[in-house]
Design a binder for this molecule. Structure first.
Ligand SMILES: Cc1cc2nc3c(=O)[nH]c(=O)nc-3n(C[C@H](O)[C@H](O)[C@H](O)COP(=O)(O)O)c2cc1C
Length: 550
């Protein structure tokens, strides 16, 4: 049954699902599916089964069971926030190519939230005994195991972990994993390294004060707010106001029932509680987005004081771990525009065409490409390389500059640029002291990593790419099709093009040859015969050559 509380004009999570369904981006599974062993592995196949990104879907499971034979009324939705870029654009309410501008506009024009009394997310309130014992509290919810075989517990993954800076009163939202420990206890893992989780900075402040940290974990909310969790916004920015900027109206927020934290009124489920600042306890193993299993570390734990939810709540889960995954798409579509605006607007570098964070297996943070138009001065290429590698602590271990004709998503094309456009002795720099990310390298002090920057752009004109010109390849493709040969899937580059070192004269000669007049070229070369030149000498090095005065 739908909630009777009023709602904002912006889409809540239910309306978002409806939009996905209308766009053909939602698959509903009514068969019984075990949340502990089957649910995530099933959705995983669309990332490891050769299905192109555009064809990936969100999954809604309406008949969820578990390994103890229990059944759940609450449906589970996986991959509804950003399994592909189109889904994210639906959530942001703009076409894919405008996502970056939308973020910039919302950050420049935040709209403060409004506080309401009557909120859908508090239709149901569980406290006290409702949270104690098997099948109660957290144990009564269909929280899936993300990586059966490695994870030590079901985990909340689609979280907006909301904490308050006790000095300024500003709230922060971060997407942090939260593992179930008991029906009223969760582990919350906030990255403690520099540039890590803002929630961890708040935790340190409460620890200094000798107080527990109030914390609300929102699972499922209007997508405009959900996207605030994984986005790396500057420290101290009130994310609910940026979400207001995204939807163009104030986000409706409500005060939690047992703590002084505000949450979106249209949230699906809210876990309220206090994070201990004195004790930490072992957490994980949990398979992580850097593509390896995070092993057991000491992390913070939260005592849950209330669970509130909508009457018709849906449980939302993000599919993360080895990339590509929902968590890499959700970051990619938001981070790439951030890097573009950092290079173009922040550093004022001209000629940057695209920033590409490599996703498959590596998880965006390790390998970054910057595409340049031809002719950008080398000093500017290097300013971009340094600038991109230092914007975020964990991002840009390898940064490679390439030209526009190199498609960074094509590994072969990248190797081609490295092979012919970069001289490692001149065009590479190793920088020390990078913060580690992923499993630690035990060889370096503190597990420190380093950075490799490579300028693989063209340094001077080069002869054309050795493939038939575009028009000949296009004609040949038509011929191929008419001959009923196996279907073609063109791979870039699939036709020759000039890289600057080519002349009108050679162009004419090639044209003549293709028209059957090669003998005219032969007559020309006969006229240029010499007896004072050694074989393999370039025609351009010989005095009196046809190019001399051009
Ligand atoms: C699915 C998913 C899970 C994540 N898990 C964690 C986590 O457990 N701990 C963490 O500190 N960051 C995690 N992150 C990354 C943060 O959400 C991201 O760095 C975000 O910018 C943090 O927000 P903050 O800067 O406000 O803390 C995760 C991101 C995604 C998409």
């Amino acid at each position: 049954m739908a909630s009777s509380a009023k709602k904002g004009g912006y889409p809540d999570f239910h309306e978002h699902l409806k939009k996905l369904d209308e766009a053909g981006l939602l698959t509903t599974i009514d068969e019984p599916v075990n949340k502990d062993t089957q649910l995530h592995p099933l959705v995983r196949w669309q990332f490891r089964g050769g299905i192109p990104e555009e064809q990936r879907k969100a999954f809604k499971f309406t008949n969820v069971t578990d390994s103890l034979g229990r059944t759940y009324d609450m449906p589970v939705v996986v991959g509804a926030l950003s399994t592909n870029a189109e889904m994210y654009s639906i959530g942001m309410g703009v076409p894919v190519e405008e996502i970056g501008d939308k973020w910039n506009e919302a950050m420049a024009n935040p709209i403060d939230p409004v506080t309401v009394e009557d909120a859908a997310c508090q239709d149901v309130v569980l406290t006290g005994d409702d949270l104690q014992g098997d099948g109660k509290g957290l144990d009564g919810l269909p929280v899936p195991i993300s990586t059966p075989g490695y994870d030590c517990a079901p985990y909340l993954t689609a979280t907006n972990v909301t904490t308050r800076n006790p000095d300024t009163g500003t709230q922060n939202m971060g997407t942090y994993r939260a593992g179930l420990k008991a029906s009223d206890r969760l582990a919350v893992r906030m990255v403690s390294r520099p540039g890590g989780a803002e929630g961890h900075m708040h935790w340190e402040m409460y620890k200094k004060r000798g107080e527990k940290m109030p914390c609300a974990i929102v699972v499922g909310c209007p997508p405009s707010v959900a996207y605030m969790g994984p986005q790396k916004l500057p420290v101290g920015v009130e994310e609910m106001a940026v979400a207001g900027g995204v939807v163009g109206e104030p986000i409706r927020q409500v005060k939690c029932k047992t703590i002084d934290i505000m949450v979106p009124a249209e949230s699906e489920i809210v876990f309220e509680g206090f994070i201990d600042t004195e004790y930490v306890e072992p957490e994980a193993p949990f398979a992580e987005s850097h593509g390896h299993v995070a092993l057991e570390d000491f992390n913070t734990a939260m005592d849950v004081t209330a669970i509130t939810m909508r009457k018709n709540a849906v449980f939302t889960s993000i599919i993360s771990q080895l990339t590509p995954s929902e968590s890499s798409v959700i970051k990619r579509v938001a981070y790439e525009p951030l890097y573009m605006s950092h290079l173009q607007d922040g550093l004022g570098i001209k000629g940057v065409k695209k920033v590409y964070l490599h996703e498959n297996l590596t998880n965006l943070r390790r390998i970054l490409f910057i595409q340049f138009e031809r002719g950008v001065p080398t000093t500017e290429v290097w300013r971009a390389l340094y600038g991109a590698s230092s914007l975020a602590a964990a991002i840009g271990k390898y940064v490679v500059a390439v030209n526009e004709d190199i498609d960074p998503s094509n590994g072969d094309a990248v190797f081609w640029a490295l092979a012919y456009r970069a001289n490692p002795g001149l065009d590479a720099q190793v920088l020390k002291h990078r913060v580690p990310y992923g499993p630690r390298d035990k060889r370096s002090p503190g597990g420190e990593d380093s950075t490799l920057l490579i300028d693989a752009t063209l340094k001077s004109d080069m002869p054309p790419l050795a493939l038939p010109k575009k028009e000949y390849m296009e004609h040949a493709a038509k011929l191929w099709e008419s001959l009923d040969l196996p279907p073609l899937q063109p791979e870039s580059p699939w036709h020759g093009y000039s890289l600057g070192d080519w002349s009108d004269e050679w162009e004419e000669m090639a044209k003549r040859a293709a028209e059957g007049n090669y003998m005219e070229n032969g007559r020309r070369s006969a006229q240029l015969r010499r007896n004072d030149v050694f074989p393999n000498t370039s025609i351009r090095e010989v005095p009196g050559n046809p190019f001399e005065d051009k």
